[in-house]
Design a protein around this ligand. Structure first.
Ligand SMILES: C[S@@+](CC[C@H](N)C(=O)[O-])C[C@H]1O[C@@H](n2cnc3c(N)ncnc32)[C@H](O)[C@@H]1O
Length: 435
């Protein structure tokens, strides 16, 4: 890293993302930094850019978890090799001893016995370099370090990165009210990207999340529809790192240009939840995100609410991660209380919620097939047999991970008469699962 050179110096970057999202992130970054050569890897993408590009990526990326600058890489067999590698970096170019550091180690097939010791050796090297140069050493801050460092260990190679994001990028700064199982903002954005939803009548039209919880999908969608940058409401670690100090004016200009680009959405956005407390959470989050005025919030059971009224000729997209499994119980018509009253005294109690998905499908067939421009529904769910449960034929399925849980995004085309004939079912995406 030669940060004291020109701010135009080009660096090797790695942008990490959830597995399954790499190709979508590649597409997103092509729009943020056109003409950049990108390598799609497992768990992220690699590219070269200058520091201005680093700032833009942090501000604009909806799908990346972190933007990291690679400092150095080399073979290792022992923790001492890692210390030696970390000592080759001139850390005075990144921080003064008044700033704080934190080192994290990520390993795959590393032969080392203690990753903690490897972490410690990197920290020692940074402190030794700074003490030799200035007589003082920086301290460690595990919560909000000025310089977060990531050591990546493969079987043979060690690579050191500076994390320019700090808090992971899914923390956009607006979600303070959370429900039981909130989606990560990056995953909500990945669902929208996988569906090709871009907030225009031509790219999916109106958006509706009928089980909105804290409103993550609706807020991400509204920000996309308004052309808002994902990171406008948060700070980034790079703002405190020395190489970026001469670029502070440029950073303000980049943010201002992003602000100037914002506009009113061209499509309506709706969200609802059977729990009024959740609708309240969603509204408050949307207010903090600056998009509450563009979302219509409602309480109500997804099995009963009529389809939202759309402008003539406008198609609609339902996008949801429904209640599923033990943590998130179904409420409302197919929920616990319903079954408790029906089964009181009876011995053939079924699981509450068993009926939710078939009923949802019937409701959609009744209420969502009258729009001449059509509705398309996307559901994120860990149950690979969801289409059978709903007695609907999916027109696409897209693999996606919700943290450690392997899921599928299923697409159902809700057309008049039957939902069994999918529109555009011949279309395939590179991320499609062929199962
Ligand atoms: C997995 S959570 C959704 C989380 C949301 N995507 C977020 O990021 O916060 C499922 C939501 O479905 C809601 N829900 C459960 N049964 C429902 C029903 N019958 N109709 C509408 N919403 C329901 C729950 O209140 C919960 O907020």
């Amino acid at each position: 890293m030669a940060a004291k050179e020109s701010p135009k110096t080009v660096h090797q970057l790695f942008l990490s993302c959830a597995s399954g999202v790499e190709r979508l992130l590649d597409e997103e970054v092509r729009l943020i930094l056109p003409k950049t050569h990108i390598e799609v890897l497992r768990g992220g993408i690699a590219l070269k850019s200058d520091l201005e590009g680093v700032m833009k990526l942090n501000l604009e990326c909806r799908l990346a978890q972190r933007v990291m600058i690679e400092l150095t890489s080399g073979g290792y067999r022992h923790e001492d090799d890692i210390y030696a590698l970390a000592r080759t970096i001139d850390w005075t170019e990144w921080i003064t001893p008044a700033e704080t550091i934190r080192v994290d180690t990520v390993a795959r097939h590393s032969p080392l016995r203690s990753l903690n010791f490897a972490t410690l050796r990197v920290k020692d090297a940074i402190c030794d370099v700074l003490r030799d140069a200035t007589g003082e050493r920086p301290s460690v801050d595990t919560r909000f370090p000025d310089l977060p460092i990531i050591l990546h260990l493969s079987e043979l190679d060690a690579t050191l990165y500076v994390d320019t994001s700090g808090e992971p990028l899914f923390k956009r700064g607006w979600r303070e009210d959370k429900g039981d199982a909130p989606l990560k903002e990056t995953l909500a954005a990945a669902m929208l990207a996988a569906a090709g939803w871009k907030g225009t009548p031509e790219t999916g039209g109106a958006l509706h999340d009928p089980c909105c919880g804290s409103g993550t999908i609706a807020v991400e969608a509204a920000q996309i529809a308004c052309g808002m940058a994902a990171g406008m409401q948060r700070r980034f670690a790079f703002e405190r790192q020395l190489p970026f100090v001469p670029l502070r004016g440029r950073w303000q200009a980049i943010k201002q240009a992003a602000k100037d680009r914002e506009h009113a959405p061209a499509v309506p956005i709706f969200c609802s939840d059977v729990a009024f407390r959740m609708v309240d959470f969603a509204r408050r989050n949307a207010e903090r995100a600056g998009v509450a005025q563009y979302i219509q919030f409602n309480g109500g059971d997804a099995l009963e609410r009529p389809a939202p009224e759309l402008p003539e000729g406008m198609p609609g997209t339902i996008m949801m991660n429904p209640p599923y499994g033990e943590r998130i119980e179904v409420r409302g018509k197919a929920g616990v209380s319903q079954y408790m009253s029906r089964d009181a005294g009876g011995s053939e109690a079924r699981d509450a919620g068993d009926d939710f998905f078939p009923r949802l499908a019937s409701h959609w067939k009744r209420a969502y097939t009258h729009n001449p421009a059509g509705w398309t529904a996307w559901l994120l769910c860990p149950d690979m047999k969801l289409p059978q449960q709903m007695r609907l034929k999916e027109s696409r399925r897209f693999p996606m991970w919700n943290g450690p849980i392997e899921c599928r995004m299923f697409r159902f085309d809700l057309v008049a008469g039957s939902a069994r004939k999918p529109r555009g079912s011949e279309e395939q995406h590179s991320g499609d699962d062929a199962q």
